[in-house]
Write a protein that binds this ligand. Structure first.
Ligand code: NAG
Ligand code: NAG
Ligand code: NAG
Length: 127
């Protein structure tokens, strides 16, 4: 029962986030660089509880001289636009356990699709 509710909640969150970003998309044009976006995502990854899910094992710091949109091509679940900005994150059913407290919503100004369904994420969505 509890997990059913959680699942519903998470689907709801996905929907909210989708709508939120669709509407904020053009307002929030702050310019976090592709490299900074990757770092911000790594901060969130580090905040997750327990062992890093296998799906996120590709989420590691790019080599120092790597192309700045390295994570767009090498990280699981990430899609970017031509400018190397993250536009979609799909981590459905990847065994994530934790919160969204340090999810970098404010840094991912081009994100318009986020699917975190079927994971164990809890707590509020940060501003
Ligand atoms: C993310 O954005 C916040 C506020 O907009 C900023 O203070 C922080 O430095 C950014 N983080 C990264 C990794 O760019
Ligand atoms: C990074 O890779 C993309 C796609 O392979 C390419 O279009 C872009 O020019 C590269 N940027 C740099 C700085 O090498
Ligand atoms: C995320 O990926 C799963 C399967 O990998 C797919 O079923 C789901 O529709 C995708 N979500 C989005 C928002 O594209």
């Amino acid at each position: 029962m509890a997990s059913y509710h959680l699942k519903l909640l998470v689907y709801f969150l996905v929907l909210i986030v989708f709508v939120l970003f669709s509407s904020l998309h053009h307002v929030n044009s702050s310019s976090t660089s592709p490299r900074e976006e990757a770092h911000a995502l790594l901060n969130w990854k580090d905040s997750l509880h327990g062992e890093t899910p296998a799906a996120l094992s590709s989420w590691v710091l790019p080599p120092i001289h790597a192309n700045s949109s390295h994570h767009c091509r090498k990280w699981f679940g990430i899609s970017c636009n031509k400018a190397g900005k993250v536009v979609e994150i799909n981590l459905t059913n990847t065994g994530l356990v934790g919160t969204l407290n340090s999810f970098p919503f404010s840094n991912l100004s081009n994100l318009n699709r986020l699917d975190l369904s079927i994971n164990q994420l809890s707590g509020p969505i940060p501003p």
